[in-house]
Design a protein. Structure first.
Lengths: 279, 282
C-alpha cells in the first residue's frame, strides 16, 4: 500500500504516453508543438498547439506579475511586521483564500471582473488573457505566501541578530540578510506558484475567452492548454485523433509541471543544506 | 535619517501587499454572499431544478457532491494512512523512501485536469465503470492521496519518540505500539488532514468533468454506476450552457454561496483544530 502514490504516478505517465502517442503517427512532434493552427474538428483537421502553449505562457506570466509581489510581500509582512496576535488571524485568512474552489474563482471572474474590464478598456468581450491572469494571480498568491513564509521562518535568528549588531536597521536586515538567506526558499515558492497557475483549469476555462489563436495583447481572448483539454474532451470521439491530441497536450502539461516540481525540490534541498538544516 | 525613510516606505509597501490580498478575499466573499443569499430558500436546498434550469433548487447537486466526496475519502483514507505509517514507522531510510517521497510531491503537483484524463482513460474506459460516481470518486481519491499522506506523516512525526520507546520497553510489539499508542496520539492531526482534503475534494471540478458529472439528472443517483450532478460542476454548467443566462447566473450565485460556505466551514474547522494542536506540541 505504501507504494500507492508511486504506482499512481507511474500509471499516469503510462496512460498519458499510451493515449498520446497515436497522434504522433499523424503529426510530427515538432509540427504538433510549433504548428500555428489548432482546428481539430475540421474535415481536414490541423493539430498545431503553439497558440495554446503561448496562451498558457502569457496567462501564467501575467499571473506571476500579480502573485509574486503580493505573495512575497504578504509573507514578508507576516514575518517582519505582524505580531503574534496578528499572525494568528492573518495566517488562517490566507489559508481560506487558498481553499476557495477554483470554480468559484472562475465564477467571480466571469460575473464581476468581466464587465469591469470590458467597460474599462472598451472591449468587445471582457473574457481575456488579462482577466485570466488577474484571477490566476489572486489564486496563486496564498500558495506563494505560505511557502515563502515557511522559507523566511527557516532563517536562523542569529543571522538577524548579527546584522542588528553591526548597526543595520530592520529594513536593511530584511533586504540584505534575511531575503538573500531565504532566497532559494522563496524561489521555490515562486516556482510552485507558477506550477499551480499553469495547471489551473476551471478558472481559465471560464474567463480566458477560449479563442485558439496566437495572442498579441493581454486584451484578447485566449485558450490555454488546460482549457482546451477541458472544453474539447467532452466532444472528442473516443479513440479519434482529436482525443489523442488532447492527451498529448496533457502529457506536455504533466512534463512541464513535473520539471518545475523537480527544480523546486532540488533548490529547496540545497537551501536546507545551506542553512544547516537536515532534509 | 535616510535609511529610516527607506525603511518606512518599504514597510508601507509590505503592508499594502497584505491589504490587497485581504481585499480580494473580502471582495470575493462579499459579492457571493450578498447576491447568493437572495436566491437561497428552503425550496432551493431541497428540490431539483425545474423549467430548463431557470427555477427550482440544487438538491441533487448537493447530494451528488456528498457521494463523490464520501467515495473519494473512503478510497484515499486507508491507503493514505497505511502509506504514512509505512514511511514513518517501518521503512528503512534511503533510496526507496526518497523515491516514494518524490513521487508523493510530484503527484501533488499534477494539474487536476490531468487526473481527469487519467480517470477517463482508466476508470471510465479501461475498467468500464462508465461516467459514474465510482469513476469520479476514484479519480478524486487519487488526487487527494498526497494531501492525506503528507498530513498523516506530519501528525505521526509529531508523536514524541519517548512514548514509542516506553511502549516498546513494556514488551509491546511494534504493531501493538503503532495501533494502541502512536495512532491514537496522532489522531487529531490525521483528522485535520482528512478534513482539509474533504474541503478540497468537494470543490474540485476538472477531475469530474469527464468521469462523473452531468448537468441534469432526473432525481437522485440510484447506484454507484449512475452519473451525478455536483455543485462545482453545476456552477460551471450554469454559466456556460443553457439558454437563460440571467436566471442561470442568479442560481449560480446561490450554488457558489452554498459551495463556498461548505468548503470554508470544513477548512475552517481543520485550520482551527490544527492551530490548537500546534499550540499543544509547541
Amino acid at each position: 500500500m505504501a507504494f500507492a502514490s508511486l504506482i499512481f504516478l507511474i500509471g499516469i505517465v503510462i496512460v498519458l504516453f499510451k493515449e498520446a502517442l497515436p497522434i504522433f503517427q499523424k503529426v510530427k512532434p515538432l509540427e504538433f508543438i510549433l504548428g500555428k493552427a489548432w482546428y481539430p474538428t475540421y474535415s481536414t483537421p490541423e493539430f498545431g498547439i503553439l497558440p495554446l502553449i503561448l496562451a498558457s505562457i502569457w496567462v501564467t506570466f501575467g499571473a506571476i506579475l500579480i502573485c509574486v509581489p503580493l505573495g512575497v510581500g504578504s509573507a514578508l509582512y507576516l514575518h517582519e511586521l505582524a505580531g503574534l496576535k496578528q499572525r494568528a488571524i492573518l495566517k488562517p485568512l490566507i489559508e481560506i483564500l487558498a481553499s476557495i474552489p477554483s470554480v468559484v474563482y472562475g465564477f467571480f471572474g466571469m460575473v464581476i471582473l468581466t464587465p469591469l474590464l470590458q467597460n474599462l478598456f472598451h472591449l468587445p468581450t471582457g473574457l481575456t488573457a488579462l482577466n485570466a491572469s488577474l484571477v490566476l494571480g489572486v489564486m496563486a498568491t496564498p500558495t506563494v505566501c505560505s511557502l515563502a513564509d515557511d522559507a523566511l521562518n527557516y532563517v536562523p535568528k542569529s543571522f538577524r541578530e548579527a546584522s542588528f549588531a553591526v548597526g543595520a536597521n530592520r529594513w536593511q536586515t530584511l533586504t540584505q540578510v534575511v531575503i538573500p538567506a531565504a532566497g532559494s526558499g522563496i524561489s521555490t515558492a515562486i516556482i510552485l506558484g507558477m506550477s499551480r497557475a499553469i495547471g489551473e483549469t476551471m478558472t481559465v476555462l471560464m474567463v480566458a475567452g477560449g479563442a485558439a489563436v496566437i495572442p498579441h495583447t493581454f486584451l484578447e481572448p485566449v485558450r490555454p492548454m488546460t482549457a482546451a483539454i477541458a472544453a474539447e474532451m467532452g466532444e472528442a470521439p473516443m479513440g479519434g485523433s482529436h482525443y489523442h491530441a488532447l492527451f498529448a497536450i496533457a502529457l506536455i502539461l504533466f512534463l512541464t509541471t513535473f520539471v518545475f516540481n523537480i527544480i523546486a525540490e532540488m533548490i529547496s534541498r540545497r537551501f536546507r543544506i545551506k542553512l544547516g538544516l537536515s532534509g | 535619517m535616510k535609511k529610516n525613510i527607506i525603511q518606512n516606505l518599504g514597510f508601507i509597501g509590505l503592508s499594502l501587499c497584505m491589504l490587497i490580498t485581504l481585499f480580494f478575499l473580502g471582495v470575493i466573499i462579499y459579492f457571493i454572499s450578498v447576491r447568493g443569499f437572495k436566491v437561497i430558500s428552503w425550496e432551493f436546498l431541497t428540490q431539483g431544478p425545474r423549467m430548463g434550469m431557470t427555477q427550482g433548487g440544487i438538491a441533487p447537486a448537493i447530494v451528488g457532491t456528498f457521494y463523490l466526496t464520501l467515495g473519494a475519502i473512503l478510497f484515499a483514507l486507508p491507503l493514505g494512512i497505511a502509506c504514512a505509517i509505512y514511511l514513518c514507522e517501518y521503512s528503512p531510510k534511503g533510496f526507496v523512501v526518497n523515491l516514494i517521497r518524490i513521487s508523493i510531491n510530484n503527484l501533488a503537483g499534477v494539474p487536476s485536469v490531468v487526473f481527469g484524463l487519467f480517470g477517463l482513460a482508466v476508470f471510465v474506459k479501461f475498467f468500464g465503470f462508465g461516467i459514474s460516481i465510482l469513476s469520479g470518486s476514484l479519480t478524486l481519491g487519487i488526487l487527494t492521496l498526497p494531501l492525506i499522506i503528507s498530513s498523516a506523516q506530519e501528525a505521526l512525526l509529531a508523536v514524541p519518540q519517548s512514548i514509542r520507546e516506553a511502549s516498546l520497553s513494556l514488551g509491546a510489539t511494534r504493531w501493538e505500539t503503532i495501533k494502541n499508542i502512536v495512532l491514537p496520539t496522532a489522531l487529531p492531526g490525521i483528522l485535520t488532514g482528512v478534513i482539509l482534503s474533504i474541503g478540497r475534494v468537494a470543490g474540485e471540478t476538472a477531475p469530474i468533468l469527464f468521469t462523473a458529472a452531468a448537468f441534469y439528472t432526473r432525481g437522485y443517483p440510484k447506484s454507484i454506476f449512475s452519473e451525478v450532478m455536483a455543485l462545482p460542476y453545476h456552477i460551471y454548467a450554469l454559466m456556460t450552457e443553457g439558454v437563460h443566462p440571467d436566471q442561470q447566473t442568479a442560481i449560480a450565485y446561490g450554488c457558489s454561496l452554498i459551495l463556498l460556505f461548505m468548503v470554508l466551514m470544513i477548512s475552517g474547522i481543520a485550520i482551527y483544530i490544527r492551530q490548537r494542536q500546534r499550540g499543544i506540541y509547541g
